[in-house]
Design a protein around this ligand. Structure first.
Ligand SMILES: [Fe+2]
Length: 347
C-alpha cells in the first residue's frame, strides 16, 4: 500500500512540477507583451531559442496569428513611390521574389536631391563609433578613426528627408504584403562604414549572421553612395531566410557570427550574393537570411536602413521621439496610427 501511495505521489508531483515547454514560456511572455507593450527580457530569449529549435518555423506560426488579428489594408494601386509606380500584379511579383529569395531590388533610384540632403546630414550630424559607442563624433572622411560610425535613431527620425521616405506608400505596400498585416514602422538606421580596420569586424557586422529582433520584419536598404567591391557591398545568402533553410548545426550556435567557410559547406556558391550598386539603389531584405557587410578596402559606404515589423514583440528599443516634424508627416502619423505607433510626438 505504501508503495502504491508513493507511486501516486510521484505521478502527481511529476504532473504538477512538469517543466514548462519553451512554447508555454513564450506564450506567458507574449501575453505580458500584449498587456503592457513591453517584452520581458526572457521573452526575447525564448523567441530566439524557439527560432533556432524550430529552424524558423515558430516565427511563421506566430506571424500567422498576427496576420489574422491585424489583417492588411487593401492596397489601392497604383501609388507613386520612390521605388516606382506599381499595379497589384507587380506588387505580387515583388512579394513572390521576396518570399523566394529573401531580397528584392528596385530599378528606380532615389533622386539626386534626396541623396545630397542625406549626405549633407551625414557629414554634419554626430555619430557614435565602435567599439565603445560613447563619444559623439562627426565623421571626417579624410581621417577615419573607426570602422563604423552609427547615427542616433532619434536624430534620424527628426530629419525631414527621412520623414518623407518613411511616408513612402510603395515601400509601405511592399512591407504590408510581405508581413501579411498592417506594418509598424520600427526604426531608421544609418551608418558610415570605412576602411579603417581593413579586416572583418564583428562590430560592423562584417561576418555572416542572421538578425532576430522581432517575430517577422522587413528591412529596406538605401545605398546613399556608390557601392563597389572596394567599399563594402552588402552580402546575403539567397533563400536562407526560409524555414528549415539553415543548417541545424549552424543555427544551434544561436545568435553567432559565422565564418564564410562554414556556410560554403552548406549553400551553393551561386546563392552567395554581393550587392554592388550605384548611389540611390533601394532594396528590401528579410535579414533572417544570412547576411553581412564586406570589409572595406578603400573609401567609405553610407547606408540608410528602415525596419518594418508585424509586431513590436522582441527587442525593447526606446520610442522614436519626434521633436521636428513637417506638417505633412504629423498629419500622416495621425491618419496611420498603427504604422506610427512607435513614434512619440513632442510637437
Ligand atoms: Fe544584421
Amino acid at each position: 500500500m505504501k508503495k502504491i501511495v508513493s507511486k501516486i505521489k510521484n505521478k502527481i508531483s511529476s504532473i504538477i512540477f512538469k517543466p514548462k515547454t519553451l512554447e508555454q514560456i513564450f506564450e506567458q511572455h507574449y501575453k505580458t507583451f500584449l498587456k503592457t507593450g513591453k517584452t520581458p527580457p526572457e521573452g526575447y530569449n525564448t523567441l530566439l531559442g524557439l527560432y533556432c529549435e524550430s529552424n524558423g518555423k515558430f516565427n511563421e506560426k506566430i506571424n500567422k496569428e498576427i496576420k489574422i488579428k491585424n489583417p492588411p489594408n487593401k492596397i489601392i494601386a497604383p501609388l507613386e513611390g520612390i521605388i516606382g509606380n506599381f499595379n497589384s500584379k507587380e506588387y505580387e511579383t515583388i512579394n513572390e521574389t521576396l518570399n523566394k529569395n529573401g531580397y528584392v531590388f528596385f530599378d528606380k533610384k532615389l533622386t539626386q536631391e534626396t541623396l545630397t540632403e542625406l549626405t549633407a546630414f551625414a557629414l554634419k550630424t554626430p555619430t557614435k563609433t565602435a567599439p565603445l559607442y560613447d563619444q559623439a563624433i562627426i565623421y571626417n572622411p579624410a581621417h577615419p578613426v573607426s570602422e563604423i560610425y552609427r547615427f542616433d535613431m532619434q536624430d534620424l527620425i527628426n530629419n525631414e528627408s527621412i520623414q518623407n521616405l518613411i511616408m513612402d506608400p510603395a515601400l509601405i505596400n511592399v512591407a504590408r504584403n510581405y508581413l501579411g498585416c498592417e506594418p509598424i514602422f520600427d526604426f531608421p538606421a544609418m551608418w558610415w562604414s570605412t576602411a579603417f580596420l581593413k579586416e572583418a569586424s564583428s562590430e560592423a557586422a562584417q561576418l555572416y549572421h542572421f538578425d532576430l529582433d522581432r517575430i517577422k520584419w522587413l528591412k529596406i536598404f538605401i545605398y546613399v553612395n556608390d557601392v563597389t567591391p572596394l567599399n563594402g557591398p552588402h552580402c546575403y545568402i539567397r533563400g536562407s531566410h526560409l524555414p528549415d533553410a539553415k543548417p541545424q548545426d549552424i543555427i544551434n550556435r544561436g545568435y553567432a557570427r559565422i565564418p564564410d567557410a562554414d556556410l560554403l559547406k552548406h549553400y551553393k556558391k551561386e546563392d552567395f550574393m554581393e550587392v554592388c550598386a550605384p548611389a540611390g539603389t533601394v532594396f528590401a531584405g528579410d535579414t533572417k537570411c544570412f547576411h553581412k557587410g564586406t570589409p572595406l578596402k578603400k573609401g567609405d559606404r553610407l547606408v540608410l536602413e528602415f525596419e518594418y515589423t508585424s509586431s513590436m514583440f522582441g527587442a525593447n528599443y526606446p520610442k522614436l521621439k519626434i521633436k521636428n516634424s513637417s506638417k505633412v508627416f504629423k498629419q500622416f502619423c495621425l491618419t496611420n496610427k498603427s504604422y506610427a505607433s512607435n513614434f512619440e510626438f513632442d510637437v
